[in-house]
Design a protein. Structure first.
Length: 446
């Protein structure tokens, strides 16, 4: 009997491993097919997820196959992101149509003058200050990214550079009073990881160093060095008009939206819809017109690929990559930290840093530290920052918001281009973080 049990267990492990490998191959093959044939990746994702779930996962006895296959597939992913994009998009539609966003950004551009290369660094400072004060990047994104999109359009700035500035600054959110800092502190306490003297100084300095390092890297890669002062640009040098009474009403609505999200802690999606509907009533606008502001193709893109990625994760494909990276480190403590960072980044490609990556990897830090002699606090930092850096990719929650908001003002070709650029930016930021970690810039105070 023991031999039979052991045999079945081994057989099950081999099956899971095979499913994990097959899921990764199918995932990559479908994406390559979509890119080569220029087929909408959202549609490709839904087809791939259904085939993978129906014909592969069904043989493993996974819960995904129980009941309706379609219901099982759609239950794997959280569609609150869709609701957030819809709510923010319809609100931005009003602010865009009446010229409020353009007027506000025009005033900022006028203040900055012709030196548009300054914008990314100004944005980094603003985002850092807000993140450090306790506001999470996920709360700031739906509020500030619409302004970044307008700045990019008005000043002809590469949007990935502005995205790198904003997302890179979120690393400062590991400060002790910020959302990620509070979670990190709790997870370290729960897992018996001691707080090294000066740890919070280390977290703050590391966040700033990684953010600036990656902003400079993105600035170079995405053409920032080619930007020149444009003294003939009307939108920069001409003083924008005063805000009209109609625009002031919109601004009051936007401020109410900020208060609902940041002050009351309400979800951005419902908050945006509530404010948008009230503005429609006050301004006597057709509510049906708000649907035109919803980026439906982008919702399909995010939803389809999210389902596909969730099926791959359910099959063990993501865990296979993550565990493989960690096991490669062996007994080398420093190498374990670097692999833990990359593994956190891989998992964050399709999940949440705070919701999945940190609760998954920080408990590993104490065990790895005991086995290798590495600093457990540093290992926790590696996993946390590693997950944060790739959170800009379009399959993650934050990156999905960037893509969704950007699509409200751009063509499907431009959105498809940004989809790839955000993946490149995530890889670039992870690489920049790894380089800065290897050369010792993450060790202050430890």
């Amino acid at each position: 009997m023991p031999d039979s049990t052991q045999h079945n267990k081994k057989k099950g492990e081999n099956t899971v491993s095979t499913l994990a490998i097959v899921s990764l191959i199918v995932f990559i093959a479908f994406i390559v097919f979509g890119v080569v044939t220029k087929t909408h990746l959202g549609a490709i994702g839904i087809v791939g997820a259904f085939i993978l779930g129906l014909f592969v996962l069904n043989n493993s006895g996974s819960p995904i196959s129980s009941g309706s296959a379609a219901k099982g597939l759609f239950s794997l992913t959280d569609y609150s992101l869709w609701f957030t994009i819809i709510g923010v998009s319809v609100l931005c539609r009003i602010a865009q149509n009446d010229g409020t966003l353009d007027n506000l950004v025009g005033k900022l551009c006028y203040r900055v003058g012709p030196h548009k290369w300054v914008f990314p660094f100004v944005i980094f400072v603003i985002y850092s200050a807000l993140s450090m004060s306790g506001l999470g990047g996920l709360n700031l994104t739906p509020i500030l990214v619409p302004l970044l999109v307008v700045i990019s359009d008005k000043e002809n700035l590469p949007f990935p550079i502005l995205a790198a500035a904003a997302h890179g600054a979120c690393g400062v959110g590991f400060a002790p009073v910020a959302q990620m800092g509070v979670l990190l502190n709790n997870l370290m306490d729960e897992n018996g990881i001691p707080h090294a003297a000066g740890y919070w100084t280390n977290a703050l300095i590391t966040g700033i160093i990684v953010g600036v390092f990656n902003l400079i890297l993105a600035f170079i890669v995405f053409g920032g060095l080619k930007m020149k002062a444009d003294k003939d640009k009307i939108s920069v040098l001409n003083k924008p008009e005063k805000l009209s009474s109609n625009q002031w009403i919109t601004i009051i609505g936007l401020l109410a939206f900020v208060a609902m999200v940041l002050g009351l802690g309400w979800a951005p999606g419902p908050s945006g819809l509530i404010v948008a509907i009230i503005l429609c009533i006050i301004k006597k606008l057709e509510i049906v017109d708000l649907y035109k502001g919803v980026p439906w193709p982008t919702l399909l893109l995010i939803g389809g690929m999210s389902i596909f990625a969730a099926v791959v994760k359910q099959a063990g494909g993501i865990d296979l990559v993550v565990n493989g990276l960690v096991s490669l480190a062996g007994n080398n403590g420093r190498l374990a930290g670097y692999f833990l960072q990359v593994a956190g980044g891989c998992l964050s490609l399709v999940t949440s840093t705070m919701g999945v990556v940190m609760p998954t990897f920080i408990p590993m830090a104490s065990g790895i530290a005991a086995a290798t002699g590495a600093n457990a606090t540093w290992l926790a930092t590696c996993a946390s920052f590693g997950g944060l850096l790739t959170g800009i990719t379009p399959l993650s929650v934050t990156g999905g918001l960037y893509l969704g908001i950007y699509s409200t003002r751009h063509s499907k070709e431009e959105v498809a281009k940004l989809f790839g650029q955000l993946f490149l930016l995530g890889a670039l930021m992870e690489l920049g973080g790894l380089i800065s970690n290897i050369i010792g810039l993450w060790n202050f105070g430890l």
